[in-house]
Structures are given as structure tokens and as C-alpha cells.
Design a protein around this ligand. Structure first.
Ligand code: ZN
Length: 299
């Protein structure tokens, strides 16, 4: 009989250690909340799942999703932002309830993180604090009252252009080159200076308060492709209170979000918004100046 209890004791000890290890690793994961539920991009349920999987595949993040009612302002929409290291917006829809707006602003001021992807910068055109948080936006009634157009000129100098006009525009979708302008920032460090992005909408004419904003990468909106002839911000950050914002206007289609450049930028930008640091690497299949790199996601 003697060896039997001993074996049980060993097994019990092993299970105990395994459980502690599980708890420890769960604790170390960064908590992400994806907000979605309404979007003029019908593919949003899929892109939410794509971004969730990309994040969770790194083992660095644990992702929850908070979805609004499908139409109109949802009075029951009250995510607990403060439980999360970072919020990722895939939302472009009706106003959140006042209390939810206030909770979100509070969360950001106190050091929260936000990731803004593509049409999330179309949302909430008349919510002043949201526009300060995201830096730049388009559509949603945005005009010169929303803030300047922000872009780089041919000399690479940042321009804040207060001329009147609509906010938000793009030509037909096409693959385009992303040019890293600050290769020392944790998000872009180690990226090739130029890389080719999979077919996407190249947002131009974005405008907003653009306070405490740092442009890390741009894309040239070629007039031959229906663009502005300006170098438009494609990867940028905003600091708001103690909070950190990572913003990319890329990511229109599910195919656009299969771009390894998009995925890598999203992962590193999310980690940075959550912690101010980046540990996730630039993968070997990152796009080059001449070749796109696309990972088929499936359905
Ligand atoms: Zn789009």
C-alpha cells in the first residue's frame, strides 16, 4: 500500500504546480477588449474574429468582445473598460450612451490604451473627446471645424493644413507602399523602411485635433490612383492624458487584414498601446518593398 499514497501525493503536487503555472500565464496575458456591433463595413464580424485570432495566437493577449445592439444607440452598452489593458475599436456606428462615453474618456485619461482600425476613425464625428483621443478622423460630418488635415509634404515635413473642406476620402483600392518615417519607435523598430501593403483603401484627407500625435509611417496617395498627392499618415500614435493610442487607417477588407504588414503592425501597436513597450517580433514573412505578403485566413 505504501507506494500508492506517495504516487497520489506526487500527482497532486504536479497538478498543483500545473494549475499555478496556468494562473500565472493567464495573469501575464494582456487583456484586450474589442468593441464592435455596427459598421458600414459588412465584413466587421469577420475582421473582429481575424484580429482576435491574430492577437491570441501570439499567446501575449487574451481577448474579449463587447458588441452593441445592431442598430441605434444601445442603452445597455456598458463595457467595463477599466478591466482591460487596451481597447481595440472595430466600431463605426451610433453614439454610445453618455455614461459609457464618460467611462471611456476616464479610462483613457487614467492610462488606458486604444487601438483604432480603419473605419473606427469614421465614428463619433461630433464627440469632441473621442476626436482628441483618435487624433484624426474622416467622414461623420467632419469639416474644418474638426481640425486640420495632417500629412507629410514631399520634403517629409509634417503639414497641418487648416484649409476648409470635408474630412475623409479615398480613391479606388490598390496595393500601396508604406514608408516608415520613424524607425526608432517600438512599433516600427526593425521594419524595412518601405513595405508593400496588400490591396486596401488608402485613406486621405483625414482631419482632427491631431494633438500630441506622432506619425510613424505614411503612404503616398497618388493622384493617378484618385488620391491627394500627399503622404498620408498610415501608422501613428496619440498620447491622451496618461493613455496611449495606436491608430492605423488600414484594414478595409478581410484581404487587407491578411497582409503580414497589417498583422504585425496591429500586434505591435496593440502591445505598445497596452504597455508602452513592444516585445513581439517582426516575422520572417514580413512584406518587402517589392512584394506583398498575405496569410490566407479562411472563413
Ligand atoms: Zn473601408
Amino acid at each position: 500500500m505504501k507506494p500508492f499514497p506517495r504516487a497520489i501525493a506526487i500527482i497532486a503536487a504536479f497538478l498543483c504546480v500545473a494549475q499555478l503555472a496556468t494562473w500565472a500565464s493567464a495573469d501575464e496575458k494582456l487583456k484586450v477588449l474589442i468593441v464592435d456591433g455596427q459598421n458600414n463595413h459588412g465584413v466587421w464580424p469577420k475582421t473582429t474574429q481575424m484580429m482576435k485570432r491574430y492577437l491570441e495566437d501570439t499567446k501575449r493577449f487574451q481577448v474579449d468582445i463587447a458588441t452593441t445592439a445592431p442598430k441605434g444607440s444601445d442603452p445597455e452598452y456598458k463595457p467595463t473598460f477599466s478591466k482591460y489593458n487596451v481597447v481595440l475599436s472595430n466600431y463605426n456606428g451610433a453614439a454610445w450612451p453618455q455614461a459609457t462615453q464618460e467611462a471611456f474618456v476616464d479610462y483613457m485619461k487614467q492610462g488606458g490604451g486604444l487601438v483604432v482600425v480603419h473605419a473606427a476613425n469614421n465614428a463619433f464625428g461630433d464627440w469632441d473627446e473621442y476626436n482628441k483621443i483618435i487624433g484624426l478622423g474622416g467622414w461623420g460630418g467632419r469639416t474644418e471645424r474638426s481640425g486640420p488635415y495632417v500629412y507629410l509634404n514631399d520634403e517629409g515635413k509634417l503639414v497641418r493644413d487648416t484649409s476648409p473642406g470635408r474630412g475623409g476620402h479615398h480613391g479606388p483600392q490598390h496595393p500601396f507602399t508604406v514608408i516608415v518615417r520613424d524607425g526608432e519607435h517600438p512599433i516600427t523598430k526593425g521594419m524595412p523602411r518601405e513595405w508593400l501593403h496588400v490591396r486596401d483603401e488608402l485613406y486621405d484627407m483625414l482631419r482632427g485635433p491631431a494633438e500630441n500625435m506622432q506619425v510613424l509611417a505614411t503612404a503616398y496617395a497618388d493622384k493617378d490612383k484618385g488620391g491627394t498627392g500627399r503622404h498620408e499618415p498610415m501608422i501613428f500614435t496619440v498620447s491622451y492624458g496618461k493613455g496611449r493610442v495606436f491608430h492605423t487607417p488600414m484594414g478595409h477588407g478581410d484581404y487587407s487584414q491578411e497582409c503580414v504588414g497589417f498583422i504585425t503592425t496591429l500586434l505591435r501597436g496593440t502591445e505598445w498601446a497596452a504597455t508602452g513597450k513592444v516585445t513581439l517580433p517582426i516575422p520572417d514573412d514580413f512584406p518587402t518593398a517589392d512584394n506583398i505578403s498575405q496569410r490566407a485566413f479562411g472563413n
